[in-house]
Design a protein around this ligand. Structure first.
Ligand code: PEP
Ligand code: MN
Length: 338
């Protein structure tokens, strides 16, 4: 349940309502907005008598949350969440493109790719330092050395960094070096990892689990928000189906479905979503047309020698073309792209 206070409510009125709620054996979490305060009520105390609360000074309305998710829903926040990092806003009219290799392989590799994607208009650089690989014998990432390379990319090119935190043990280290913490598909329901990300200051890029429903996806975001971190970017990256012409089936219908229920921004990853280089440009265009707030794309200057996902990585000239096409589609929708 959410108690929305009037704009004219005083801090004392908010404190008084919180006291009433706690007297009922429930927990009150006041959330200070720009103009009004909303009190989130959680716990299993006595049922709250809405009439009693509604008649208290300063209370505007009570919102009953029927869906399982609360904080991620539009009932909690009618305006869209915009995740701001330096001068980049995700969830604003401008479409934000995140690009880079699947894995951080070397300093030289990252500097080469970063320079090219920045020139074409990418605002965020991606690259895994800790890699979730199906086989334990595959390249697992450079670890902290990779994070240091990413931090150097930020210094040199002014790009924002997104990289994956694979476990709770290494999340502190990842958070120190990166701007955005990525939670990968395989970890979408790793609840201790979600909770830990929820206690971090960094924005979180949460990827959809490969067989997650919309509700499960939003509930995972709810875990992060419930810990206090409201800067979440959702990412559709394809789900497992019977189709074998692609690695996953990119579910673009999720984008408008999320937009209807949630105020959180959503971006699309056509690289993992299809796993096929020639599908990336058409699906990037389609993602933007479907209303995505951004794209996450794997780019490699030498995909043949890539240590992971070379087959789905696009070449820098394809990335340049993709940006031009995305810009044109964004324009049709009254949006823009750098
Ligand atoms: C990635 O983006 O590096 C990645 C491993 O993606 P996913 O978690 O979607 O498989
Ligand atoms: Mn990859």
């Amino acid at each position: 349940m959410l108690i929305v206070m009037k704009a004219s409510a005083t801090p004392e009125m908010v404190v008084q309502i919180c006291r009433e709620i706690e007297r009922m054996g429930l927990n009150a979490h006041p959330i200070q907005g720009t103009r009004t305060t909303t009190i989130e009520v959680t716990g299993n105390g006595f049922p709250v008598d809405p009439d009693g609360i509604l008649s208290q000074p300063g209370v505007k309305e009570i919102i009953h949350i029927t869906q399982p998710y609360k904080l991620v829903s539009r009932e909690f926040s009618s305006s869209n969440t915009v995740v701001k990092i330096n001068d980049v806003s995700i969830g604003a009219p401008e479409i934000v493109v995140m690009a880079g290799p699947c894995s951080v392989e070397s300093r030289e590799q990252c500097m080469t790719i970063a320079k090219l994607v920045a020139k074409s208009g990418a605002k965020v650089f991606r690259g895994g330092a800790f890699k979730p690989r199906t086989s334990p014998y595959s390249f697992q990432g450079l670890g902290e050395e990779g994070l240091k390379i990413l931090a150097e990319v930020r210094e040199r090119f002014g790009l924002i960094i997104v990289t994956e935190a694979m476990d709770t043990e290494t999340m502190d280290m990842v958070a120190e070096y990166t701007d955005i913490i990525q939670i990968g598909s395989r970890n979408m329901q790793n609840f201790s990892l979600l909770r830990k990300a929820g206690r971090k200051k960094n924005p979180v890029l949460l990827k959809r689990g490969m067989s997650a429903t919309l509700e499960e996806f939003l509930m995972a975001a709810e875990y992060i928000m419930a810990e206090g971190n409201h800067n979440i970017i959702l990412c559709e990256r394809g789900v497992r189906t019977f189709a074998n012409h692609t690695r996953n089936t990119l579910d673009l219908s999720l984008v408008p479905a999320v937009k209807q229920i949630s105020h959180l921004p959503i971006i699309v990853d056509p690289s993992h979503g299809t796993g096929v280089r020639d599908e990336i440009l058409p699906m990037s265009r389609a993602a933007v047309a479907a209303g995505a707030d951004g794209l996450l794309v794997e780019v490699h200057h030498d995909p043949v020698s890539a240590l992971s996902d070379g087959g789905q990585s696009i070449l820098p000239d394809m990335f340049e073309q993709m940006m031009q096409e995305v810009r044109a589609i964004a324009g049709v929708l009254g949006r823009s792209c750098a």
